[in-house]
Design a binder for this molecule. Structure first.
Ligand code: DHB
Length: 417
């Protein structure tokens, strides 16, 4: 016999314990707004999610300004520039002189560990490993999220608002009815072959390389573990590549004129798809989508996590206005405000991709034109400033001066020239 579901209540039901969901729950708690966060994944799975490692200035400022940035400052590394490499020559783009801003190299799974630890320290209600998640009644004032706890208990969580933070494969995106939404989708004809290698760093700063054989990116994780990527066919079988073949490909794309990769054993490998997606609108009734649930970017430029953070900065301010002042004005404009940045980031990620990758159907004109574009970018202050501004991130929207994050957001915006 099935027992009745356990009835519970919260103000914000957060579906998904990735960067968007955990950070939103953290920011709301600073404003005295309670939430319950659920995720189908276990805590260990979440903390092992391998993603990009670049935090924009606004992300750093928001995390440090709200008490979850200590490890990012002590263990992450500030990067004040990147190298754009083509025809065997690296040209550096200097962020502080162009924008007053910088980035931090600190992998996403470390951000997740910090957020989970901070939430648990705070006594937050996080439920990992749940199943059968479904969202109901979002066009009423009393939505309900149903799920089954890891121990089999069925739960009906009544709430005022559902935050859909469950990524591109989650249930929230599709809770917006098809006739009520427009899906913008673009598939790129490339994948990224990503590796972790046990080797010393090859460069102090990231290297984005254009070559006749296609794109490569040299990044880092720790003094002894490096992260590298190279453009490949999206259907490539990573397991079929020997270490030697991987290194030969990377060498051919990056080495030369005194630059030489530091090689070591490949300890992890995989192929990452490249696609762009945006749902419009980013909300439906009392359901608000944030992060990958609302949009996907290709990895070039590492905007995914940063967009999730920017979304929840806007959503947190809107929820504070709603719960503390009884006005849904900022919730109503949430999607419009957030998607302004989403489309800038879509353009930036698409543009970096198109400039640095070799299209399968590229002709001689297209390849030569790319070199002209790279020369214009690296040889002009205006060209470099566009990359530096977009890479270090645009200031967050300050929509609610009474918000707990308004000082942090304001201070971050003041860094911009
Ligand atoms: C990394 C990934 C990116 O997509 C990028 O643009 C920069 C760095 C990384 O994994 O370190």
């Amino acid at each position: 016999m099935r027992t009745n579901p356990h009835q519970e209540r919260t103000r914000v039901a957060v579906v998904g314990a990735g960067p968007a969901g955990l950070l939103l729950s953290h920011l709301l708690s600073l404003s005295g707004i309670d939430s319950v966060v659920i995720d189908v994944r276990t805590r260990a799975d979440i903390e092992a999610t391998m993603r990009a490692g670049i935090l924009e200035q606004g992300t750093i400022d928001l995390m440090t300004g709200t008490g979850v940035g200590a490890r990012l400052l002590s263990e992450g590394r500030r990067h004040e520039g990147v190298a754009i490499r083509s025809r065997g020559e690296s040209r550096r783009i200097d962020f502080p002189s162009l924008t007053g801003r910088a980035v931090h190299l600190y992998p996403q799974h470390e951000v997740l560990k910090d957020l989970v630890a901070a939430r648990l320290d705070d006594g937050a209600d996080l439920r990992f490993g749940v199943g059968d998640v479904s969202v109901h009644g979002v066009t009423t004032d009393t939505p309900v999220v149903r799920f089954t706890e890891a121990d089999g208990t069925r739960v009906e969580l009544a709430c005022a608002v559902v935050a859909g933070c469950d990524g591109s494969q989650g249930v929230c995106r599709t809770a917006v009815p098809r006739q009520a939404r427009t899906d913008y989708f673009h598939a790129y004809p490339h994948g990224w072959f990503g590796i972790l290698t046990e080797a010393p760093p090859s460069s102090d700063e990231l290297v984005y390389a254009h070559s006749d054989r296609g794109f490569a990116l040299i990044s880092s994780r720790t003094p002894t573990v490096q992260r590298m990527y190279f453009q490949c066919d999206p259907a490539e079988d990573a397991a079929a590549w020997s270490d030697e073949r991987i290194w030969a490909e990377l060498r051919a794309r990056v080495n030369g004129n005194g630059f030489e990769l530091q090689e070591g054993p490949v300890i992890q490998r995989g192929v990452i798809p490249m696609r762009s997606y945006v749902v419009d609108p980013m909300s439906h009734g009392r359901l608000y989508l944030a992060g990958d649930a609302a949009h996907t970017v290709p990895p070039t430029g590492a905007k995914g996590l940063n967009l999730a953070v920017a979304d929840v900065a806007v959503l947190c301010q809107a929820l504070e206005r709603f719960f503390h002042q009884g006005s849904s004005e900022l919730l109503d404009s949430y999607g419009r405000t957030a998607s302004d940045r989403v489309w800038r980031a879509q353009h930036f990620s698409w543009w970096m991709t198109s400039m640095l990758h070799t299209a399968p159907d590229a002709d001689a004109f297209g390849r030569r034109r790319q070199l002209g574009e790279i020369d214009q970018l690296t040889g002009s202050r205006a060209g470099s400033a566009y990359l530096a501004e977009a890479y270090t991130g645009w200031p967050f929207a300050l929509t609610n001066p009474d918000s707990v994050i308004s000082d942090t957001v304001r201070r971050s915006a003041e860094r911009a020239p």
